[in-house]
Design a protein around this ligand. Structure first.
Ligand code: 3NM
Length: 210
């Protein structure tokens, strides 16, 4: 089976962006709506906190066949027996991809963020299982965005599944899908929805997956 199914919707879960709701409840609701992967992305939580949250998220995800990806830290991903790790451009300076692969083995997922064509080209040649490309739209998480001009180029050259990320919502997803985007990753488009399950389902529908 492919590590990343075509047409995957990827929730990057950050507790600070849930409008005060429990991150686990939001995860559960997204799972009910058909989310395919969840990333635990908590930049301000200490390791013990991450271990606790990661265990609880892992158990929810396992029950429903959703993949759990841990942000930044392959050691933590291994310790949690998660499905994989997501590495940022800064993370790979601390732990390079070869080392991450040695820690996690070839069955687990390694994904990487890219923010330019040059970074994408480099990632495309490396041992990763998916490439995230963005921010494609304006997002509160980053102070810049790279736009959608190169979306088709990136898709044409890619050897791996590509997740587009950054500011994706119901008003702009159709444009991405019409350009050929198959996989989408997002935070607020899902975590800030009043009805997380319905919103997740709507994204899947727009992606042609319902
Ligand atoms: N990474 P939202 S954009 C976590 O471009 C993250 O690498 C990005 O949140 C990248 O869907 C981003 O709320 C934020 O814009 C995604």
């Amino acid at each position: 089976m492919e590590k990343i199914a075509r047409g995957s919707l990827y929730l990057v879960l950050t507790g600070a962006c849930t409008n005060g709701r429990d991150a686990l409840d939001v995860a559960q609701a997204a799972i009910a709506g058909g989310i395919n992967l969840i990333q635990m992305r908590e930049k301000d939580t200490d390791r013990n906190g991450l271990l606790g949250l990661g265990k609880r998220l892992g158990s929810i995800c396992k029950k429903s066949g959703v993949k759990l990806i841990i942000n930044d830290d392959p050691f933590l991903a291994g310790e949690l027996d998660a499905d994989g790790v997501h590495m940022g451009q800064e993370d790979v300076k601390i732990c390079n991809l070869e080392k991450a692969r040695r820690i996690l083995g070839k069955e687990r997922i390694i994904g990487i963020s890219t923010h330019s064509l040059a970074q994408f080209e480099e990632a495309n040649l490396s041992d990763v299982d998916y490439i995230a490309y963005g921010p494609v739209f304006k997002t509160k998480t980053k102070d810049y965005f790279i736009g959608i001009n190169h979306v088709e180029k990136v898709l044409a050259m890619s050897e791996k599944p590509v997740f587009f990320i950054g500011g994706i919502n119901l008003s702009n997803i159709d444009e991405l899908v019409s350009m050929g985007a198959e996989n989408i990753a997002l935070i607020r488009g899902i975590t800030e929805a009043e009805d997380v399950t319905a919103r997740t389902r709507e994204f899947k529908k727009r992606m042609g997956k319902i």
